[in-house]
Design a protein around this ligand. Sequence first.
Ligand code: FE2
Ligand code: FE2
Length: 227
Amino acid sequence: MSSGTEKRVITLDDIRNHPFVTACIQRANDNLGVLGYTEHSFRHTGTVARTAYRIMSEMGYTEREAELAAIAGYLHDIGNVVERSHHYYSGALIAMSVLRELGMENEEITTIAAAIGNHDEKNGHPVSNVSAAVILADKADVHRTRVRNRDFARFDIHDRVNYAVEESALELDPGERTVTLRLKIDTQISRVMEYFEIFLIRMILCRRAADFLSARFALVINEVQLL
Ligand SMILES: [Fe+2]
Ligand SMILES: [Fe+2]
């Protein structure tokens, strides 16, 4: 019998409880820790899953699309288990093998693989509603708690900018069709200019992702609308 004939409806809980997925995310986060990157563990994957779900459901998409966005969000950084620079690509392949083994519908597997493969700001493009939701959810997760370096004197620009973000919220207005990233930045730690220095390319991708959802992306920092 060919593989994948027994199809099942796969939920985020199936993925969360998958021992191989758990091992990969754990190792991916450890690898990035060695390289000096911010936190990419279950806090990040869980946050991206929740936010991607919220974007889909609040902006009027189907319950199943919201669940697929949550699954893609949970898995989006899994490729860091292999290495960092092409993690979107390896992550898509790892996700495909896990989801095939679980018996997910082919349509859904390809949707999730494309969303993971396109989440990176350097090479990614919003290619579906699910992909757009994952991009927005991932780029919105900038926060002090993600900084692992405890030595302030050795903070690099990424540590400084993330550490400076005291509050971050992604606000959705389905009526006005706007997606607003609202940040509160401690400018004693990092100037707003520094935020743009490293996040401009991410914000451009967010704008394109919002466009895909027929919405407008707005960025508000310290109550000032910048985009
Ligand atoms: Fe990533
Ligand atoms: Fe991420």
